[in-house]
Ligand binder design. Structure first.
Ligand code: NDP
Ligand code: 8X3
Length: 244
């Protein structure tokens, strides 16, 4: 199951996992995009429409999965977003709430809904998409960085809490990945979004999907706990050397 499979890293994960022989439950809000993916992948993909912030519908959707899709082996908690890049003392309350509700509470909901079945079967893998932004705050990143720091703690906590089982828990922490991320962050200001990737070759969704697949396909006794994946010329969340 991949959350936020309608764009960027999530879509790349859905594609790569299907190409590697998995069947994928692709979740998201964009019905048109989910239908296109369904047309492309047929019986290898099950589209599931819900917003990860809607706990009741998320739970009901997973509970209502047809029997042949109900035993989820891998959960990729990817749905997430940044909104705004402003000093903390000038931030937008609604943007803050949306990031917290999606990146932290949505990820927790999906974990709470899917992981009990994994524990019962003693089989499963949770791959959370964190960020380099969770390692240290960068200028004006404040609340987004905090949500990704929370994802790191939540992932570490889950790894501890399932250590008595055969489940594996992985945190992927990408750096600059060119997706729809910055267009969303800047509320549709595409010119500003393009500038984020100027003068550097950014990562792609496929680069992160490769890492997810590597973690999933590692031998069962190998738990890839964490991967920090940066673009070359990026040293951390705030040090990026660009060619002019
Ligand atoms: P995209 O904007 O391309 O994709 C985000 C996906 O998340 C979309 O499918 C979006 O769906 C979905 N989503 C957002 N909110 C919700 C919601 N409430 N319910 C269900 N789905 C939702 O960005 P990325 O692919 O880059 O982002 C994916 C993840 O990677 C995020 O968690 C992001 O924080 C993280 N990340 C991104 C980095 C980057 O540089 N791009 C770097 C590090 C981490 P919809 O189209 O409906 O909004
Ligand atoms: C996305 C990467 O550096 O834009 O999490 O925050 S960054």
């Amino acid at each position: 199951m991949v959350t936020g499979a309608t764009s960027g890293i999530g879509e790349a994960c859905a594609r790569q996992f299907i190409n590697a022989g998995y069947r994928v439950i692709a979740t998201g809000r964009n019905v048109t995009k989910l239908n296109l993916l369904k047309e492309e992948f047929g019986s290898d993909l099950l589209p599931l429409v819900f917003d990860v912030r809607d706990r009741e519908i998320a739970e009901a959707s997973v509970k209502a999965l047809p029997a042949e899709w109900s035993e989820i082996d891998i959960l990729i908690n990817n749905a997430g977003l940044a909104l705004g890049l402003d000093p903390e003392y000038q931030g937008d309350y609604t943007d803050w709430e949306t990031m917290i509700d999606t990146n932290i509470k949505g990820l927790l909901t999906m974990t709470r809904v899917v992981v009990p079945g994994m524990v019962e079967r003693n089989r499963g893998h949770v791959i959370n998409i964190g960020s380099v932004a969770g390692d240290a705050a960068y200028a004006n990143g404040n609340v987004y960085c905090a949500t990704k720091a929370a994802v790191k703690s939540i992932t570490d906590g889950l790894r501890i809490d399932v250590a008595h089982t055969a489940l594996r828990v992985t945190l992927l922490k990408p750096g600059l990945v060119e997706t729809n991320f910055s267009n969303v962050r800047f509320h549709g200001d595409d010119r500003r979004a393009d500038n984020v990737y100027k003068g550097i070759t950014p990562l792609t969704g496929d680069d992160i999907a490769n890492a997810a697949l590597y973690a999933a396909q590692a031998p069962k006794h190998v738990q890839i706990a964490e991967m920090l994946i940066l673009a070359t010329h990026q040293a951390n969340g705030s040090t990026i050397v660009r060619k002019s």
